[in-house]
Ligand binder design. Structure first.
Ligand code: SF4
Length: 162
């Protein structure tokens, strides 16, 4: 089954079988979200090559797994936003949220080829959720993932978590 699936994946992604590491194939077999992302990007050779070339050496596996899952989180938040009709928060609330992010120890510059491909390479990202903060802060469906107070519960955006 593994070899048949590998062949099918190589045909679907238009990538020679020998270029597909077993680790990638194994992950595509067991992780539906990962598999769907590969299929959704099958006509984006830069994305597929980046996954293949950067993700799957033994030494780099955990580092790139983190990067990959952060990107996936960003994609999921966009889908959630689209389900709410692409609304935006007020300008005042956006500026308040960005202000908190700018003081946050979880903020960092987006790094890595996957962020470049997704068009977020010039952004600052939240290291907890992986989202570019300039996009995240304008979405009514988003919340800061870092809860800094429990009584009452508040996030770093000084908003109640939901
Ligand atoms: S969303 Fe929250 S945790 Fe993330 S960078 Fe902004 S303030 Fe920090």
């Amino acid at each position: 089954m593994f070899l048949r699936f590998k062949r099918l994946l190589s045909e679907t992604l238009s990538v020679e079988e020998s270029r597909l590491p077993d680790r990638l194939v194994d992950k595509a077999l067991t992780d539906t979200l990962f598999f769907n992302t590969l299929i959704a990007n099958r006509e984006n050779p830069a994305f597929i090559s980046a996954i293949i070339e950067r993700e799957w050496s033994e030494a780099d596996y955990n580092r790139h797994k983190t990067e990959y899952y952060l990107i996936l989180k960003g994609i999921k938040s966009l889908l959630k936003w689209s389900a709410f009709g692409f609304g935006k928060v007020s300008r005042e609330l956006f500026k308040k949220r960005i202000g908190f992010c700018k003081m946050c120890p979880n903020l960092s510059k987006a790094k890595g080829i996957l962020y470049s491909i997704s068009g977020a390479s010039n952004s600052h990202i939240c290291n907890i959720c992986g989202c570019p903060i300039n996009r995240k802060a304008m979405l009514p469906t988003e919340q800061c993932p870092d809860i800094v107070s429990y009584n009452p519960p508040l996030t770093r955006w000084n908003e109640e978590p939901y």
